[in-house]
Design a protein around this ligand. Structure first.
Ligand SMILES: [Zn+2]
Length: 179
């Protein structure tokens, strides 16, 4: 053979720098397969766009021992449900000390790197599930975080001062307005 396929795939634009594997944090996770620099837009969080009410109908948090959904809250009214038709972004796990963040860019959600990520490292972002008021032990258990970071707050919930209802959806940490 004149040419062999080497492991240098830098010219291959269709080759993503990550893949889905089993994770120690929870279920499946997404892992870097090559070095990723900060500020890279890695993948869009895609799925079915539904209303908050429809999301509540589909998923009953009370019936789950450990919280698990593929919902991402875009804004007050819209939720992306990646349960059936979503991209691999749905497999990216939560971490309290993440290497990526979710960015709301004009209503579309993208996962972008915020640190240098070495090959084999798991990609993570902070789900920032809003929780209002006190956090009972059973809720803490249902939303337990196993990210293992020194900064781990023990739960994927982000407790906020009372104002809105509690929501079990991933939310973006940064908003970009549409250009
Ligand atoms: Zn954690």
């Amino acid at each position: 053979m004149a040419k062999t396929k080497s492991q240098d795939s830098s010219n291959n634009s269709g080759n993503l720098p990550f893949e889905v594997r089993n994770s120690k944090i929870q279920g499946r996770g997404v892992f870097a397969t090559k070095r990723i620099r900060p500020g890279q837009r890695l993948i869009e969080y895609t799925g079915e766009r539904i209303t908050q009410d429809e999301a509540d109908r589909r998923y009953d948090d009370d019936s789950m021992d450990r919280h698990h959904t593929f919902l991402f809250e875009v804004d007050e009214e819209n939720v992306i449900d990646a349960g059936k038709i979503g991209s691999d972004a749905r497999y990216i796990n939560h971490s309290c000390d993440p290497n990526c963040e979710a960015v709301n860019d004009g209503g579309r959600i993208f996962i972008e790197s915020i640190k240098n990520i070495q090959p084999e490292s798991e990609l993570t972002y902070d789900y920032s599930y809003e929780h209002i008021g006190e956090l009972p032990d059973e809720l803490r258990q249902q939303y337990i975080c196993l990210c293992g970071k020194a900064k781990c707050r023990g739960t994927i919930l982000k407790v906020k001062k009372p104002r809105k209802r509690s929501k079990s959806r991933k939310t973006s940490t940064r908003k970009k307005s549409a250009a």
